[in-house]
Design a protein around this ligand. Structure first.
Ligand code: ACM
Length: 643
């Protein structure tokens, strides 16, 4: 065919080829690894080179302060460039923020447009929230070293030329942080907020009370924090600790004063994060009962202590659990509603967010079933079942919340026995209760265990603190918070939940949150059709570098295979190793030595040799070890599948 074209045509063809090759090379060199993926991104070729003197031009609006401060701080620390901020400039400023005088309907309150040309970086938005998210995106467009806390030499501080238009799928993009099981200080909560806003989360749900601690000062109820905030320090595997002896010091824990709360609320607000407070009642209330035993209707409650991780529930028959002691507030005692009125009045004043979460999950029924006061309540109110007793409790609590000008939210158990139509539901036992609630016209936040429980193990139990379930990144990434067949207007949010029974410190809280938080952020922010697993993995790996430099911990579990054990009819064991991501080779040994890439490569399920006592596994990408060395005694493999 070529022999029929003339010289002019050939030149054109070659020029076109050269142009498309150079465009492809530019796009490759300008790697863009944004999380969450934006709505629309057009790369234009070329780049903006950061000058030594950087001017940020923006209006003198207080809400823009954090966005400019963040950019100044990051650029200043990592690049050594001098950054100044002006409201007007005769010369073209390097970076410009514009709050649109004429609102752009598509962008809404949180969207932004980011335009990078060789001359300028321009972020436009309707509101300061959008500028803040534009800045978060911009930081992700710089080389990863922008996250360094010290000046990095030898980096070309280039930003690829492009046009981004971006806005969120959902207005509630949440992370729940359980500060009750283990207390996390005010500064640690701020650190958690700093990490979440990089990924455009805008809601922090603080689980403030539970059996293990009451974490918020309530005026007039001093024992909640004198007694309820403290337990006995135990280290190891939470849940089955030996019950503390009477003389063991109860000095582990802490609480936030009301000033602390105001400071946290303000810190979050400046970063466009709402804080949703949760007081978990009527179950999960041992810390409150240990402080004020009259809140219980079970004799002997005056001897109850704040839980230190010893067993208090029997889960062997599933939910609701059988309580070994009564950790519920008494639904038949008026003092309980007076107590909750005091608590909710103060919480309503401290937290400006429209919702207050009152828990409602996992309330055991076995003490209520036997209780005379509860029986009388049932007779008086015509309640036929114990779930109806809980529904009675929830409705009364909702009335208190409404009387303080707030909206009521609870875990999906509040649907059992009937709930008022204005109650909002946080669906955790899968998506199905959320779907049911949305169909009944309730507002719903989806935070189902199967995709969004980031306290679950994210890799094999050989490398993780033991939790009763697992959730790998690829599963989290499949989260679609707005299921088909449901009116999307009722799905107000998506959220991941970090319970901290097994999380003793902020580093582990970060490890559990990232990278699964990336998956939840993208599920809540990005259009569903923009999600693509392999692409997400390569962006995730770029963000690992960023988190390393930012000194935020994350889990490298994607490099470790899932390990599945089978026992054959002849009782012999075999092991199946499944990589989570593409392009990895897995090597293993049964001879107690440490495998490397010259060891047997895994290709198909392997039989465990009869006399082997240890399986070791490691993953490589080419010549580089990327996975952790995993060592599992064969006796443990056997236990996983029984005899
Ligand atoms: C829950 O996980 N119990 C809400």
């Amino acid at each position: 065919m070529l022999k029929h074209i003339n010289m002019k045509q050939l030149t054109c063809l070659l020029l076109a080829l050269a142009f498309s090759l150079s465009l492809a090379a530019q796009q490759r060199s300008a790697n863009v690894n944004l999380i969450p993926e934006p709505v629309s991104l057009v790369k234009n070729g070329g780049h903006f080179a950061l000058p030594q003197q950087v001017t940020i031009q923006c209006a003198a609006v207080p809400e823009l302060k954090i966005a400019t401060d963040l950019l100044k701080e990051k650029i200043g620390a990592a690049t050594g460039s001098f950054v100044n901020q002006v409201t007007h400039s005769d010369k073209t400023p390097a970076i410009r923020f514009v709050l649109l005088a004429k609102k752009d309907e598509t962008l809404g309150a949180e969207g932004y447009q980011l335009s990078v040309t060789p001359q300028q970086i321009l972020i436009r938005a309707n509101e300061a929230n959008g500028i803040f998210y534009g800045v978060q995106t911009l930081l992700q467009l710089f080389p990863a070293e922008i996250e360094s806390k010290e000046k990095v030499a030898g980096v070309k501080w280039h930003v690829p030329c492009l046009e981004i238009t971006d806005y969120p799928r959902l207005g509630w993009r949440g992370l729940m942080f359980d500060v009750a099981r283990h207390f996390f200080t005010k500064d640690e909560v701020k650190q958690y907020i700093d990490a979440m806003v990089r990924y455009k989360f805008n809601l922090l749900h603080l689980h403030l009370t539970d059996d293990e601690g009451w974490r918020i000062e309530i005026k007039g109820l001093p024992k909640l924090t004198e007694v309820g905030a403290w337990n006995v320090k135990k280290v190891g595997t939470f849940g089955n600790f030996t019950p503390p002896a009477a003389n063991e010091p109860r000095n582990y824990g802490g609480f936030y004063t009301q000033d602390d709360i105001r400071e946290l609320v303000q810190y979050a607000k400046e970063r466009f994060v709402n804080i949703l407070p949760e007081v978990d009642v009527p179950g999960h209330s041992l810390a409150a009962i240990a402080s004020y035993p009259e809140l219980s209707c079970t004799p002997g409650a005056e001897n109850y202590k704040v839980r230190s991780g010893e067993q208090i529930m029997d889960w062997s028959r599933g939910a609701p659990p059988i309580a070994l002691l009564d950790n519920t507030l008494c639904p038949a005692n008026e003092k309980v509603y007076t107590f909750l009125d005091t608590v909710i009045t103060q919480i309503a004043k401290l937290f400006p967010f429209e919702y207050i979460h009152l828990g409602g999950d996992e309330a055991p029924h076995n003490f209520w079933e036997k209780n005379e006061q509860v029986k009388q309540l049932m007779k008086r109110e015509g309640l036929k079942t114990i779930p109806q007793v809980q529904a009675y409790f929830e409705k009364r609590v909702e009335q208190i919340v409404i009387s303080k000008g707030k909206k009521f939210m609870g875990w999906d158990e509040i649907l059992e026995g009937g709930v008022s139509p204005t109650a909002a539901v946080m669906s955790w036992r899968g998506m199905k209760y959320g779907i049911e609630a949305a169909k009944a016209g309730h507002n719903v936040v989806m935070s189902p265990t199967e995709f969004a429980y980031i306290d679950y193990m994210q890799a094999d139990e050989a490398t993780e603190p033991r939790v009763y379930a697992s959730l790998r990144l690829n599963k989290s990434y499949q989260f679609n918070p707005v299921p088909a067949g449901v009116n999307p207007k009722y799905i107000i949010g998506a959220q991941a939940n970090l319970w901290t029974e097994q999380i003793y410190n902020i580093r582990q809280a970060e490890y559990m949150t990232w990278p699964r938080g990336f998956a939840i952020a993208e599920s809540a922010w990005s259009p569903a059709d923009k999600k693509e697993w392999n692409d997400f993995v390569s962006r995730t790996e770029d963000h690992f570098k960023r988190l390393d430099l930012a000194e935020t911990k994350y889990s490298p579990a994607i490099y470790d295979p899932a390990i599945r054990v089978r026992r054959a009819a002849d009782k012999s064991l075999s092991v199946e190793l499944t990589p989570e991501i593409q392009g990895l080779d897995i090597y293993y040994s049964f001879d107690n030595s440490t495998p490397d890439r010259f060891y047997p490569k895994y290709t198909a399920p392997v039989a465990v040799p009869k006399d082997a006592s240890l399986l070791r596994v490691v993953s490589y990408r080419g010549k580089e070890q990327v996975g952790r060395l995993i060592s599992i005694p064969v006796s443990d493999l056997g236990k996983r599948v029984g005899k």
